[in-house]
Each structure stands twice: as structure tokens, then as C-alpha cells.
Design a protein around this ligand. Structure first.
Ligand code: ARG
Length: 564
């Protein structure tokens, strides 16, 4: 059931050679005002061919089109407006949702192929920041969307557990660290050491040399270095896990940068063999001039490898192990050069699949308009934010619905959902400011608003004792308010596909807001529970909205409490 295609066919039947089917399809629009019909076709391009005024053409054509499929076909200026048959369409759409339930909108576009999603990837010994929240929730939503359209997602947490910063941390710990303090409060203590290192290193640059030496020791397997590193890593992962648990997000792999420590030499050998590695002041680089990029630094003069060296090894490892159709990296916009270089080096190495490597960038989260930075200690701690959101939600619930059962669970689902929704409703590339008070409101374009609307649907269904039947029924509705809701429901599958195609969860977030708003309008104008011949169809509509809102939120990684 594709209305655009149906209209294009009916138009093609009367237009003959004048316009191709594809051209017709591309010209069909969805008018903004509902009294202009559900679809409309501009005839201006025909006016040259027919040498007639557009309004004349529209008038004549609309008489010729087969009316079987439409309530009305009305010419208006240079447009032909098509009005669909509300009763038939609502009946078909509602039966479709009621029978498919949460599988409504599923497709097999991906044919089961693997999509590797590099996501979250926080750095050891630093707190997981708001920046990593974006990667985590966008990546998770893309994985859900990939699955919905028929791919097999592989979620990889490329943990930042290797690199010169560990040299810095080891130096800082050995100079100023206190074992008991680190044990008690690992992340904040390690962060404090890291921040202190940067302050001191501004005054005493030799600290940076010491850090480099210690990282080299780590790469060479020095026992003391490895022991400290292992300890920092374990403590950090425990802390990260708390946040993942709160978000309800799991990974298929935690193979981080350190995992590739023994997999880089083959990459370097292969670069040498392909004569791509050039020595530059003792360091090894790959020239990327023809890509208009700075050379990629693969190995420093002291032999130490770099972030990109590990990413090269990781990309190859992933191709070999997952035979991916696509390998996507959900990482901030500020790393776009890095990923361009990564792709370019792989291309130079002759790997065609370098075209399947995609950086999915996103904008910054600011706080009161200011950029967040770990080095300066100016961070918002994700765990704190989530806890604050949960507490604030609990207060709202205590006020609005003091007798609610399992209040704590609901506060968790709503508080965390609010933070996640706020992140995902913005176009991925936009920067946005983080303001908790705005995020947790039950009104406006927020997660709680969508959840609340769905719980309202559930409460109507409970009152009516309505359970979705397993066989087809008559769900014909013809009023204008339900029509807007039915059309929105009809659009869900194509929105899901669009969201995945653009790697843009905000398409789904904006969609659920729109559906919730249209439903609330309907709800305020319709006595759903009134006994009349429409009751069953109305309840099927309520049920369908509930199913689609829940599924939409699930695709964003957000839960839907039945009661709130
Ligand atoms: N750990 C990095 C950071 O926090 C992100 C890693 C992204 N993934 C990758 N394969 N480079 O900036």
C-alpha cells in the first residue's frame, strides 16, 4: 500500500507520453494544509508541453483520472489535490498495526548483512563525559534501527585504553598518587591526577618526555607499567558499566585500542611492502597529498604507535572477523580529519572496502554555551546527570501521581529516557546546550511527553478492557481528527527507513513527538469510550498509537512505562 505510487500510476494512465512515471512520482507532494488534500500534483511542467494555463490543465486532467481510489480529486490553481478514502485507509492501516504489533515497520532491506558500529568508546582513567553519551545513545539507536531494517548490527566499544595519556597517568600517579584514595574513588582521583599533570606540564615540559617514556615501556610490556595500566583499566570499566547499566545498553565487544597492540606490526609491514610508508625526520608517515590531507603519522621516531595505527589494525580486524557490509564510527565531528585519513590510507593499501567505512559525526554538547573539556576539568559527569534526572523526575511524579506503584522504576525509565531523548531529538550534527530543567518536563517536545502520551493510551485501553484481536476486524474511521493520526501511523515504516538511511535517529524522535501531538489533539476532541459503532475502531487507533510510540521509543533506546 503505497499511496504515492498509486497516484502516480493513475496519473500516468492519463498523461501518456507527456511525463515519465518517475517524473510524476517525484513531482507528487504532501500539501501542508489538510484542506488541500492528502497528496497533490503540480501541473506546471505540463503547461509548456500543452501550451495551456496551469489551472485549465488541472481542471481538465482531474476529470479524466479514474476516481475509484479516491474520496475526491479537486483541481486548485495549478494543482490537482487527491483526497484518499479515509474509511478504507484507516481500516487497512489499523489492521496492519494491530496484526503486526511491534513488528510493524520491520523490513528486510539489510538482508541480514553485518553492520559494525563503533560507539561510546570512552577513555580509561577519564570520566565518561556528555560527549561520550552522544556516541553511546546515537550508536545504540543506529543499532536498533539497523536491526529493524534487516541488518545484523555488531556494537563495538573501542575503549580508549592505550596511548600516551597512559604514560601521563603513570607519571602522575607515581609522583602524586595515593593508592588508598584511588581505590576509594577511582575515576575522580585519576581525573584529578590527569588534570594536575597538565597543569604541571605547562610549567615543566620535561614531564611530557617522562610520560612518553612510560608509554613506550607500556608498549614494550614493562611489568610495573602493565600492572598500573591493568588496575586503572579495570577500575574505569567498572565505572563505565554503571552508566551502561543505567542506560540499558550492551555491547558485542569491548575490544579497545590495547587489543590491537600486537596487531599493528603486520599493518606496518604491509604498508612497507606496498611502499606507502615514508620516513620523515625519523618518524614513519603515509603521504595523503592526493586526498588533500596532511600525511598520516603511523609511527613516531621513538617507535611508539598512534591512535590511527590502532584504528588501521582495528578496521582490518573487523573486516576479517565480521565481513561487514558497512563499518560505521559514531564519533564527534572534531575527529573528521582522522577518519578521512583512516579511509584514505586503507584506500591506498588497495582495500575496496575502504568505501564502506563511514564516519558518523555529531555536534558538541555545551553547558551554558561553553565547550566541555576533560583537560581543564570542565566536565559534566554522565552518571551524575542521569541520577539528577532520575531524582528530578521522582519529584515530579510525587507531585502528579503520588499513589503510583513502582515509582522508582518509572522515575528511572522517565529520567534516563528524558536525557536520551533530548540528545536524539536534535539533528545529529547540531550543537546543543544541556539544561536538565528543560529536559525532564512532561510537556513540550520531550521524552517524558511521549512516554506520558503512551501511558495515557494504555490507561484508556485498560479502562475499556480492550485487547487486540487476532483476526481482522472493521476499523473504518472517517473523521478529520483520526485521519491525521492514521496518516502519521501509515508513515512510520518509511520514517524508520529514512532514519537508518541518513544515520539520523532524530527522524524517529521528531516522528514520535508529531504522532503524540496528533494523538493528543484527537483525544481532546473525541469521546473515545462513548458507546457507539465507532468505539472498536477508535480503540484500535489508541492501541496502534501505543504500539508505534513504544516501538519508536525503543528504537531510540528508551523504555515505555505503562503507567506514569
Ligand atoms: N576514545 C576516543 C575518544 O574518546 C574515541 C574512539 C572512537 N573510535 C575509534 N575507532 N577511533 O575520543
Amino acid at each position: 500500500m503505497n499511496f504515492k505510487e498509486m497516484i502516480a500510476k493513475d496519473l500516468a494512465a492519463v498523461l501518456g507520453e507527456q511525463l515519465s512515471y518517475e517524473d510524476i512520482l517525484n513531482l507528487i507532494e504532501k500539501p501542508k494544509a489538510s484542506d488541500h488534500g492528502d497528496y497533490s500534483f503540480p501541473v506546471f511542467s505540463l503547461s509548456k508541453i500543452q501550451r495551456k494555463a496551469p489551472n485549465m490543465i488541472a481542471e481538465e486532467l482531474s476529470k479524466d483520472i479514474d476516481t475509484t481510489n479516491y474520496e475526491q480529486i479537486i483541481p486548485m490553481g495549478g494543482y490537482i489535490n487527491f483526497f484518499l478514502k479515509k474509511s478504507e485507509v484507516s481500516n487497512a492501516v489499523l489492521n496492519d498495526v494491530v496484526s503486526k504489533k511491534n513488528h510493524y515497520g520491520d523490513s528486510t532491506l539489510g538482508q541480514g548483512k553485518n553492520v559494525v558500529i563503533d560507539m561510546s568508546s570512552p577513555n580509561i582513567a577519564k570520566p565518561m563525559s556528555m560527549g561520550h553519551l552522544r556516541s553511546t545513545v546515537i550508536g545504540n539507536s543506529l543499532a536498533e534501527l539497523a536491526d529493524k531494517v534487516g541488518y545484523t548490527p555488531v556494537k563495538i566499544n573501542h575503549v580508549g585504553d592505550w596511548g600516551t595519556q597512559f604514560g601521563k597517568l603513570i607519571v602522575a600517579y607515581k609522583k602524586w598518587g595515593d593508592e588508598a584514595k584511588v581505590k576509594e574513588n577511582p575515576i575522580s582521583e585519576l581525573l584529578a591526577l590527569y588534570v594536575h599533570f597538565h597543569e604541571e606540564a605547562e610549567k615543566y615540559p620535561e614531564l611530557d618526555d617522562q610520560a612518553r617514556e612510560w608509554f613506550k615501556k607500556l608498549e614494550d610490556g614493562d611489568t610495573e607499567a602493565i600492572e598500573l595500566w591493568t588496575w586503572f583499566r579495570e577500575e574505569s570499566l567498572k565505572e563505565f558499566q554503571k552508566v551502561y547499566d543505567m542506560l540499558g545498553i550492551e555491547f558485542d565487544s569491548y575490544n579497545g585500542e590495547a587489543f590491537y597492540n600486537d596487531k599493528m606490526q603486520p599493518v606496518i609491514d604491509s604498508l612497507l611492502e606496498k611502499e606507502l610508508l615514508v620516513s620523515d625526520d625519523g618518524a614513519d608517515i603515509v603521504n595523503l597529498e592526493k586526498y588533500d590531507l596532511n600525511p598520516a603519522l603511523i609511527r613516531k621516531s621513538d617507535g611508539a604507535t598512534l591512535y590511527i595505527t590502532r584504528d588501521l589494525a582495528a578496521a582490518m580486524y573487523r573486516k576479517e572477523n565480521y565481513d561487514f557490509d558497512e563499518s560505521i564510527y559514531v564519533v564527534g565531528n572534531e575527529q573528521s580529519i582522522h577518519f578521512k585519513q583512516l579511509k584514505a590510507v586503507l584506500k591506498e593499501m588497495g582495500y575496496e572496502w575502504s568505501d564502506d567505512i563511514k564516519h558518523i559525526p555529531f555536534g558538541l554538547i555545551t553547558s551554558n554555551g561553553k565547550k566541555l573539556s576533560t583537560r581543564k576539568g570542565n566536565v559534566i559527569l554522565l552518571e551524575e546527570v542521569l541520577n539528577e534526572a532520575i531524582n528530578a523526575t521522582q519529584n515530579i511524579i510525587n507531585e502528579k501521581n503520588p499513589t503510583l506503584e513502582n515509582k522508582e522504576e518509572v522515575a528511572h525509565q522517565v529520567g534516563v529516557g528524558a536525557v536520551v531523548f533530548h540528545d536524539l531529538k536534535n539533528d545529529r550534527l547540531n550543537n546543543f546546550d544541556f539544561n536538565l530543567d528543560h529536559i525532564i518536563q512532561f510537556e513540550g517536545e520531550t521524552g517524558p511527553y511521549v512516554q506520558y502520551t503512551r501511558s495515557r493510551c494504555e490507561s484508556i485501553l485498560r479502562k475499556a478492557d480492550w485487547i487486540a484481536p487476532t483476526s481482522e476486524a472493521n476499523y473504518s474511521l472517517s473523521d478529520d481528527e483520526s485521519w491525521e493520526v492514521v496518516k502519521a501511523l501509515y508513515n512510520f515504516p518509511s520514517k524508520v527507513q529514512e532514519a537508518y538511511r541518513k544515520y539520523e535517529p532524530s527522524v524517529v524522535a521528531k516522528y514520535v513527538i508529531d504522532l503524540a501531538q496528533k494523538f493528543n489533539k484527537y483525544y481532546s476532541k473525541t469521546k473515545i469510550l462513548e458507546d457507539n459503532s465507532q468505539k472498536d475502531a477508535r480503540l484500535a487507533l489508541v492501541y496502534s498509537v501505543s504500539v508505534v510510540l513504544k516501538e519508536g521509543l525503543r528504537l531510540l533506546g528508551i523504555q515505555s512505562p505503562d503507567n506514569m
